[in-house]
Design a protein around this ligand. Structure first.
Ligand code: PGA
Length: 237
């Protein structure tokens, strides 16, 4: 069972925010020298590789499952890798909800990313209705096992537990509740070494998650857009 022996993984998810000028200002303002992962819009990958310090790792927020083809508007694993992505977020709840991505599609993307040796952060999380209906474990198990499929390259996979009701709402999951869920997820996927928590993480609640035994890092949306708040969270690791 993974423990807290390794440094916590702190990941910023910029979603559909920031022009190049805004991203450059963010990178210039970063004072922390802790390893930081930044999942940026496709358009920022290549230009940011030229200006990021060596402790910042760039990644993408999505990709297509096909190697290439006539898929207007889509971006492949090889393309994000070519543009400088070392990792990719897959199965984020915004992709599942707004773009109707299902576990089978996400599973094909996981396989494709791994074939390209791109690290994967696979997101799982229950809705408020499922949470209130006490279906959390059942929902997470299905999402996780179906999205992982038969992959075996566990060194390239991290999981992010992001309760849908906590994303962007200011209603973060209680750290002890999250700890129990992380423990459950670690038992479902014992070979995955990092399970991150995400959902309304801010500088003032981040430490409470990081001290929990089975929470191995954080996936941060809103608070990663502001360099001072992201810096503060990084300084806690
Ligand atoms: P939030 O987003 O930190 O703004 O809640 C988290 C995420 O969507 O990854």
């Amino acid at each position: 069972m993974p423990t807290k022996t390794k440094e916590s993984m702190i990941v910023g998810n910029w979603k559909m925010y920031k022009t190049l000028a805004e991203a450059e200002a963010f990178v210039k303002g970063l004072t922390s020298t802790q390893t930081a992962y930044l999942a940026v819009p496709f358009t920022l990958l290549q230009p940011l590789t030229k200006i990021i310090p060596s402790h910042v790792v760039l990644g993408a927020q999505n990709m297509n499952d096909a190697s290439e083809g006539a898929f207007t508007g889509e971006v492949s694993a090889r393309m994000i890798k070519d543009a400088g992505a070392k990792f990719v977020i897959l199965g984020h709840s915004e992709r599942r909800t707004f773009f109707k991505e299902d576990n089978a599609f996400i599973q094909r993307k996981v396989e494709r990313a791994i074939n390209e040796k791109i690290e994967v952060i696979l997101c799982v999380g229950e809705t408020l209705e499922e949470h209130e209906g006490k279906k959390t474990e059942e929902v997470l198990k299905k999402q996780l096992l179906e999205s992982l499929g038969k992959v075996s390259a566990f060194d390239l996979i991290s999981i992010a537990y992001e309760p849908v009701w906590a994303i962007g709402t200011g209603h973060a999951c209680d750290p002890e509740v999250a700890q129990n869920i992380h423990h459950y997820l670690h038992t479902l996927a014992p070979k995955v070494s990092k399970i991150l928590y995400g959902g309304s993480v801010k500088p003032d609640n981040a430490a409470a998650y990081l001290k929990e035994k089975d929470i191995n890092g954080l996936l941060i949306g809103g608070a990663s857009l502001n360099v001072e708040s992201f810096d503060k969270i990084l300084s806690l690791t």
